[in-house]
Design a protein around this ligand. Structure first.
Ligand SMILES: [Zn+2]
Length: 383
């Protein structure tokens, strides 16, 4: 009886009218109480220093984590991942101000760089966003060793879910599906008409064709703009993020945080939602998520503690995400399998790309590369 099936039941409640008592977790109230208890429990244990903070790892190292995973006691692994897991695929961290990409946005005549991801600006001037989307189009990239490591944890029945801040869909490309994933900042995988009266859904294939034909995507039914389902500044996170966090985090046996400096809220604060005994492994180029001394003093603890005297569960492995995953895979005895998976999957993607190129012809690709879309005003009023 996995929590995943429980979650599916719950999600289906809105569409199916199952007779009462048939499913185990059919009562909304019951599950609300359940999560409330979880929340209280974790509040008490983290806030008041109660609860058993027994040491789960025998050593605060990657070796200690590997022994724990191989012990069979670790069955619900959660991953929290950020841009750092996709950089080796060639994808820039383009939502973070200060990265090179924002400097390249000058050609779009934006009032300020972040405007390209602001929903109000987008509705009036969608061209810069779609020109950028073409430059950064996700299908041109391959999942990394780190992505396939997450997929391996799924195949071995260890992964509860992967929470990603990335919108590049590489988790899906590596073989995770919608139920394995919380795309906290949305995804390119689907798109919707921006009109609140219409909200028609469009596929990745449909959007890709529009983006590469230099056409501003317009709804087939109502002619409003169509936007990929990524979360723009000024939009709230998908509701499923919050409901799933409440279910997943209190039951987590091991939290693996990769490729994120844990600076974007509310995502960053999720690390404090696991139970007090739950080990947390950070694989990143630098340490992240360490407690703010002031907040800790006020009882809102939960920050990472890698090397104080009191450290008992947090492990920092400072390396690239790919190196860290390979090292962990090696300790787990999975390394050869992981390398084989990466090799065969990359070969498969390459041959798929070849076929697609042959199909679409060379001229189209060359034209798409030649010039960004002109930043002209939209030809038609939206909505
Ligand atoms: Zn529409």
């Amino acid at each position: 009886m996995s929590d995943a099936s429980e979650l599916r039941n719950k999600e289906e409640e809105t569409v199916s009218s199952e007779p009462e008592g048939q499913s185990e977790d059919s009562s909304e109230e019951e599950s609300a109480e359940d999560t409330e208890m979880d929340l209280l429990r974790s509040l008490f244990s983290t806030g008041l220093g109660l609860g058993s903070a027994e040491k789960v790892l025998d050593d605060l190292t990657l070796e200690g984590v590997a022994r724990y995973i191989n012990s069979g006691k670790c069955k619900n692994i959660l991953c929290m991942v950020g841009a750092g897991i996709s950089t080796s695929a060639g994808i820039p961290d383009f939502r973070s101000p200060g990265t090179g990409l924002y400097a390249n946005l000058q050609k779009y005549n934006l009032p300020y760089p972040e405007a390209i991801f602001q929903i109000d600006y987008f509705k009036k001037h969608p061209e810069p966003f779609f020109a950028l989307a073409r430059e950064l189009y996700p299908g041109q990239f391959k999942p990394t060793i780190c992505h396939y490591f997450i997929k391996m944890m799924k195949d071995k029945g260890l992964l509860k879910r992967c929470y990603t801040q990335n919108i590049d869909t590489l988790e899906r490309a590596a073989g995770l599906d919608g139920n394995d994933l919380i795309e906290a900042h949305g995804t390119f995988h689907t798109s919707h008409c921006v009109s609140s009266f219409c909200r028609s859904e469009y596929t990745l294939g449909w959007m890709k064709e529009k983006i590469f034909s230099d056409e501003i995507p317009k709804c087939d039914k109502c002619s409003s703009l169509v936007k990929p389902d990524i979360v723009f500044f000024g939009e709230s996170l998908p509701a499923r993020v919050f409901s799933t966090v409440k279910k997943d985090f209190p039951r987590c046996d091991l939290l693996i945080i990769m490729g994120t400096s844990l600076q974007v809220q509310p995502f960053a604060s999720l690390i404090s939602r696991v139970s007090k005994g739950c080990p947390r492994l950070l694989i990143n180029m630098e340490k992240a998520g360490e407690a703010d001394p002031m907040l800790g003093f006020l009882g809102f603890g939960g920050g990472m503690d890698f090397d104080s005297e009191k450290a008992y569960r947090d492990v920092a492995h400072i390396s690239s995400c790919d190196e860290g995953c390979l090292a962990l895979a090696d300790l787990l005895g999975w390394k050869a399998e992981l390398e084989e998976l990466v090799k065969t999957e990359h070969a498969r993607i390459d041959s798929q790309d070849e076929k697609e190129k042959e199909k679409s012809g060379e001229s189209k690709g060359a034209a798409a590369e030649a010039s960004p879309a002109p930043a002209a005003p939209p030809s038609k009023a939206e909505e």
